[in-house]
Write a protein that binds this ligand. Structure first.
Ligand code: SAH
Length: 370
């Protein structure tokens, strides 16, 4: 066994000093630890990585979002400058495709000021490689200057920390991550424990779920709600719109443990390899919408990703791309279309929520959706 420091050892030291961690603190460390955090040290995307996101499946995804932004800009009356903000841009693929598509409306392309909210220095470099020097990078949404804004977030909220509470015979208790006492110091392992006693557990549980049966686990993401509220406040103060796409439940909050770890396209136990596997949880869209409305914005949806992309014209876009494609490329375009839109792919599990300034009305793809 090597003596090199690892995230597991760093976490073990922290637990020895401070006691068990909330699931949220464990998630934040696993993903964002400055040295060992999952997103901080590697490029997790693509066929060779741990998972593939929609913009990596096909250029059509980012292109349609670029057109969505151009349309929203027009509805805003075509402001001379608008902040085009992406939260958690990964490799920068979505933004590169969006900007290329947006160039069909040159005044919008000229008005767009690109802002990327990204904590990982490693991924910032990837984004620079994809987008050049045009964007301005920020650690937090709060740091982006005020003004008219269009905001995109794809698979951002699923990476924000959640907390879990479980109903026991003694009431609601927070689920915590503790050291496994049977593991040797040099190779620490972790296990879940329940904090009985001075638990804020019950207060975390949405009212409608408080009578759930013993054993039920409920998840809440204060971190996600605070970003959604900030988005709402931004859109209430300045004209704009936001599009949030992620996997999760549309009519939550629901009961259930959705924390999952993914490594090389396979699920692994969530506490097994901190920092070496992606850790995410289902996004609770109803809570995001409520937090954004609280902040002062209008919220529409969620609708499924499949429905949104069809409404935005992904089939027509695929036809156009196929006109100049080889038979092999045409088959790839069809298979990407299926993956993005069909229920067996990302089409139904992934959902889209739109936010907009008061009076904006439903953004493109959300007409008739409340
Ligand atoms: N949107 C991209 C990447 C999704 S992965 C795509 O669809 O391919 C999540 C992204 O969010 C990564 O870029 C990660 O570094 C970033 N991220 C995770 N937590 C963050 C936080 N708290 N603040 C800012 N960025 C974060």
């Amino acid at each position: 066994m090597s003596t090199a420091d690892t995230l597991a050892r760093a976490l073990a030291r922290r637990i020895a000093l401070e006691g068990p961690l909330t699931v949220g603190a464990f998630m934040a460390e696993t993903l964002g630890h400055p040295r060992f955090g999952y997103y901080m040290k590697q490029d997790p995307f693509g066929a060779a990585g741990d998972f593939v996101t929609a913009p990596e499946v096909s250029q059509m995804f980012g292109e349609l979002i670029g057109l969505w932004c151009a349309d929203a800009w027009q509805r805003l009356g075509g402001p001379r400058e608008i902040h085009l903000i992406e939260l958690g841009p990964g490799r920068g693929t979505l933004m590169a495709d969006a900007l290329r598509a947006a160039a069909i409306l040159p005044p919008f392309r000229a008005a767009a000021r690109v802002h990327l909210v990204e904590t990982s220095p490693h991924l910032r470099e990837r984004q620079r490689a994809a987008l050049g020097a045009e964007p301005t990078w920020h650690d937090r949404l709060d740091d982006v200057p005020d003004g008219p804004s269009l905001v995109i977030a794809n698979e951002f909220f699923d990476a924000l920390p959640i907390r879990q509470v479980q109903r026991t015979v003694h009431g609601w208790a927070e689920r915590l991550v503790d050291l496994d006492p049977d593991a040797p110091d040099e190779d620490p392992r972790f296990r879940f424990v329940l904090e009985l006693g001075r638990s804020p557990g019950r207060n975390l549980v949405p009212e409608g779920l408080r009578e759930s049966p013993v054993g039920s686990i409920v998840e809440v993401s204060p971190a996600s709600q605070s970003v959604a509220r900030l988005l709402g406040e931004r859109l209430a103060a300045h004209p704009g719109a936001a599009l949030v796409i992620d996997y999760g439940y549309g009519h939550g909050p629901a009961v259930g443990d959705t924390l999952q770890a993914l490594r090389k396209h396979a699920f692994v136990p969530v506490l097994e390899s901190p920092g070496d596997a992606d850790l995410t949880a289902h996004v609770d869209f109803a809570s995001l919408a409520a937090a954004a409305r609280d902040g002062g914005a209008e919220a529409y949806g969620p609708v499924t990703q499949g429905e949104l992309l069809l409404r935005l014209g992904i089939q027509q876009r695929a036809q156009v791309l196929k006109r100049s494609a080889t038979p092999k490329q045409a088959a790839d375009i069809d298979s990407a279309l299926g993956r993005l839109v069909d229920g067996e792919g990302m089409g139904t599990l992934f959902k889209a929520l739109a936010l907009a300034s008061p009076g904006f009305g439903p953004p493109a793809g959300f007409e008739g959706v409340s």
